[in-house]
Design a protein around this ligand. Structure first.
Ligand SMILES: C[S@@+](CC[C@H](N)C(=O)[O-])C[C@H]1O[C@@H](n2cnc3c(N)ncnc32)[C@H](O)[C@@H]1O
Length: 288
């Protein structure tokens, strides 16, 4: 097994375990098997449009932002590279029926997304595959979306090259991700914790995404910074939450639960990096 496939396996396990946990968390929180299909950050919604979202669907906000950036015409052909439970695809489909394909490394997510598509009666329009965005892609798309998924790319240039070759001329690649403000010290404790817990090779700076666009002759047509809308706890509260999880990690005998605790610790490390203003949440649109 090469390094890339072992990283992909770790990412698959991370999302499989996390997704299982999320389904049960949703169930207990909202008494429904799947309430929220989103598996990305829930941002603060600007006051003017806050009334469009309730507590359960605030995760849809960034899906809507990305839709507005793409501005698809009728019956768009769309690939979601790192689709989670398919939240972006289902949201877009409800507003812009078209042909949608989603890739995820997590078998659990793909299974849930397929079931959800079947439940909605749209399986022939919204299809989900257990596939890496690094694998060859035979079909061509008008829009390729990657929300919080390219952070896991082993080789960003290669991943973007692969996705761009699957774009039709004039097509758009829209990414939203956590991007470091500057290169962080490799021994930064929050970075170390984040990388370990989320099986990340590195946390890239925004310039590296721009460089990947440039190498692949993508014209940067839009760039927006949503960092100010990222929810961040106060320092004391965050430290307390981290300390509780670190304690749990030490005493918890069950591996599955330890895994979830560790993944959440990674999330808190990222939150800490946001609090320290070391990371930004950026949307970039590149046109072929
Ligand atoms: C944080 S989740 C985001 C999911 C979804 N985009 C959303 O916003 O709800 C990251 C997703 O990226 C996927 N992912 C990571 N690396 C991938 C790869 N090499 N190929 C395909 N999917 C990948 C994971 O399986 C997971 O579904």
């Amino acid at each position: 097994m090469n390094a890339d496939s072992s990283t992909n396996k770790s990412v698959a396990t991370l999302y499989d375990q996390l997704s299982r946990f999320m389904v049960w968390q949703n169930y207990f929180q909202f008494c429904r098997r799947i309430t929220s299909l989103t598996i990305h950050k829930t941002l603060h919604i600007p006051p003017g449009i806050k009334n469009l979202y309730d507590k359960k669907n605030q995760g849809e906000y960034i899906n809507d932002v990305v839709l507005q950036s793409a501005l698809p015409g009728d019956y768009p052909i769309v690939l979601d590279a790192g689709c989670g439970f398919g939240s972006t695809i289902f949201r877009w489909y409800s507003k812009k029926p078209g042909k949608y394909v989603g890739y995820s490394l997590s078998p659990f997510q793909v299974d849930k997304a397929r079931r959800e598509a079947a439940r909605r009666g749209i399986s022939s329009h919204c299809q989900f595959f257990l596939k890496s965005y690094d694998d060859p892609i035979a079909e061509k798309y008008q829009y390729i979306i990657a929300i919080e998924s390219l952070i896991h790319a082993n080789d960003l240039q290669q991943a973007v090259t692969n996705l761009v070759q699957a774009l039709l001329p004039g097509g758009k690649l829209i990414i939203v991700d956590d991007m470091a403000e500057t290169d962080l010290e490799s021994d930064d404790p929050d970075l170390v914790l984040l990388k370990k817990s989320w099986s990340l090779n590195r946390l890239r700076i925004q310039k590296q995404y721009s460089a990947a666009f440039k190498t692949n002759h993508l014209k940067l047509t839009e760039q927006r910074d949503f960092t100010g809308q990222v929810r961040v706890s106060r320092e004391k509260k965050l430290k307390r939450k981290k300390a509780i999880l670190q304690f749990l990690l030490k005493v918890m005998p069950f591996n599955d639960i330890r895994f979830i605790v560790d993944a959440y610790l990674g999330g808190f490390a990222l939150e800490e990096l946001y609090r320290r203003k070391k990371v930004n949440y950026i949307l970039m649109v590149g046109q072929k």
